[in-house]
Design a protein around this ligand. Structure first.
Ligand code: ADP
Ligand code: MG
Length: 379
């Protein structure tokens, strides 16, 4: 991909790039809806991502090009307005440029820019965080600035929250920034504090993207957020992370049935993240797999953010040889299921799951196979 983006840059801008960077997409491994409850989460940086190439210009113009659009867009460095329509992808690099001063960093004036990707967009793999971090690193290298990883992560999140306008948590950028091959990224969302946990390099991820999306997904997400905050209040804590599973059980009669289920999911899920870290440290992928599937069952029955499509995939995968575990990944209410497998799980088995799914639901899920990969870097 490095040669590919250098060649494309030459074709588009008629010269060589000065800086090439790459940042990976990510998978939410375990820790479902724990972030805004102050909890913990494990994510995997994957071996797919976004590459960005830049070179400085002296005329104050910023010339953007992406393999997604196939057309150059030229903006004066003074243009800081949010883009709409076809060019709205530029809001990701523009958002990063707009974020830099908030971190006492300087944005480059004029430059030529190219982004390419081998990450499907909108598949729950966070291509948005990947383009933010790759762009951030590129702009900073262009101006000779070297921030630490945590600052880079925060710049990406700032861009997505404040400029693009998506209220995502720290998972996407945190994993893209702190990812490491043959590791998972552990995030304590309260710091935030970042760490890595070894994962055998042989571990494989399979994503089954259903392309289904609940019509009311935004409203449902907001409802879950509200229910969690109400449950915390009823438990006398500011965030659910401060309550233990025992405290939630003891409060069952005081909580509404829904508040109890949401709270139980969150505190159990936070406990599962810790159990997963412990199992990973022992290299016990079967134990990790059981935790993944338990996480899904909790989403299905307690948090109620699963769907019949996702449940079906988890049922099929759980019954398939060489699958350690499977769960919905991301916000839920549609989207994708992730399976953690041994290398012996292959395309034939994945296609058999897709066949069964197609027979029941009349459409095939997209299948993506990936491994862990390294975090954002300059190449
Ligand atoms: P996800 O992060 O799950 O992939 P989002 O909707 O958050 O989905 O982000 C996808 C958006 O990120 C795309 O619509 C596009 O604007 C931007 N993006 C991602 N990859 C690229 C790319 N290679 N070139 C230009 N824009 C990209
Ligand atoms: Mg995104």
């Amino acid at each position: 991909m490095k040669q590919k983006i250098a060649a494309l840059f030459n074709q588009v801008h008629g010269r060589a790039p000065a800086v090439i960077t790459r940042a990976p997409g990510r998978i939410e491994f375990i820790g479902n809806h724990t972030d805004y409850n102050g909890g913990t989460v494990l994510g995997a940086a994957i071996d797919r991502g976004v590459w960005v190439a830049v070179a400085p210009r002296t005329d104050g113009l910023r010339v953007f090009y992406s393999d997604m659009m196939g057309e150059k867009v030229t903006l004066a460095a003074s243009v800081t307005a949010k883009q709409t329509g076809e060019t709205s992808w530029i809001n990701y690099p523009l958002g990063v440029l707009a974020a830099l001063p908030a971190f006492q960093l300087k944005a480059p004036e004029g430059f030529d820019y190219v982004a390419i990707s081998d990450l499907p967009t909108g598949a729950g793999l966070s291509s948005s965080a990947a383009i933010e971090l790759a762009s951030g690193l590129a702009f900073l290298a262009l101006t000779g600035q070297q921030p630490d990883r945590e600052t880079l992560v925060k710049i990406g999140k700032h861009a997505e929250n404040n400029f693009v306008g998506v209220p995502c948590g720290i998972l996407d950028q945190g994993v893209s920034g702190f990812g490491q091959k043959a590791h998972l990224v552990f995030i304590d969302c309260r710091g935030p504090r970042f760490d890595t946990v070894p994962l055998p390099e042989s571990a494989s991820f399979w994503i089954f993207n259903t392309h289904t999306k609940h019509a009311l997904v935004d409203g449902l997400y907001a409802a879950r957020h509200r229910e969690c905050m109400e449950a915390a209040k009823a438990l006398g804590v500011s965030l659910l992370v401060e309550a233990t599973p025992e405290q939630v059980e003891a409060a069952k009669s005081r909580l509404s049935p829904d508040a109890f289920k949401r709270a139980k999911h969150v505190v159990d899920e936070i406990a599962r993240v810790a159990q997963a870290v412990a199992a990973l440290e022992k290299g016990d992928l079967d134990a990790v797999g059981h935790l993944l599937t338990a996480s899904h069952r909790s989403s299905q029955h307690l948090f109620e953010n699963s769907t019949p499509e996702l449940d079906f995939l988890v049922d099929q995968l759980s019954a398939t040889l060489n699958v350690h575990g499977a769960r919905l990944t991301g916000g839920g209410f549609g989207g994708a299921v992730m399976a953690l497998t041994s290398p012996a799980f292959g395309d034939a088995q994945a296609q058999a799951v897709a066949d069964a799914y197609a027979k029941k639901f009349g459409a095939r899920p997209d299948i993506l196979h990936m491994r862990t990969g390294d975090g954002a870097e300059q190449l």
